[in-house]
Design a protein around this ligand. Structure first.
Ligand code: 2BA
Length: 109
């Protein structure tokens, strides 16, 4: 048994959610925020059997097209001194970040 944590950009989350559910996966969605861009994303918790991991990753990949874009980061001085724009950096857009964890025990009570 595995627990998959999949962080998906907000734009792709509805597609990923419905594709996983249609394929028979049990899914919990958490509304989360990326630490770097401070933009909303969705973290899926999916408990599943080891032999279904490949199918699961395939579904997430198909429904999470990725790209790149330049963003300028904002830096705060704190103490109410406001923000200023930092140098633009290239960041990933879309796509998914996926962690697969071994689960020792699983109960539905
Ligand atoms: P964010 O933290 O908002 O990051 C958005 C994108 O900004 C990242 O895309 C990456 O291209 C860039 N980025 C993030 N941190 C950076 C840094 N310290 N310096 C320069 N560029 C940076 P992804 O790597 O595809 O990540 C998308 C979202 O997945 C992240 O949103 C975060 O919520 C999550 N994530 C990614 N890697 C993670 C990890 N190792 N642990 C926990 N969450 C992770």
């Amino acid at each position: 048994m595995k627990l998959v944590l999949a962080i998906v950009s907000g734009d792709n989350s509805a597609k990923v959610s419905s594709a996983l559910t249609q394929a028979g996966f049990f899914v919990t969605k958490l509304a989360t925020t990326g630490g770097f861009l401070a933009a909303g994303n969705t973290t899926f918790l999916i408990g599943t059997e080891d032999e279904k991991i490949e199918e699961l990753i395939g579904i997430i990949k198909t429904n999470s097209p990725s790209g790149k874009k330049m963003v300028s980061t904002s830096v705060s001085h704190g103490y109410g001194l406001g923000m200023f724009a930092g140098a633009p950096v290239e960041v990933a857009m879309g796509g998914a970040t996926v962690f697969v964890l071994d689960i020792e025990q699983f109960y539905k009570l």
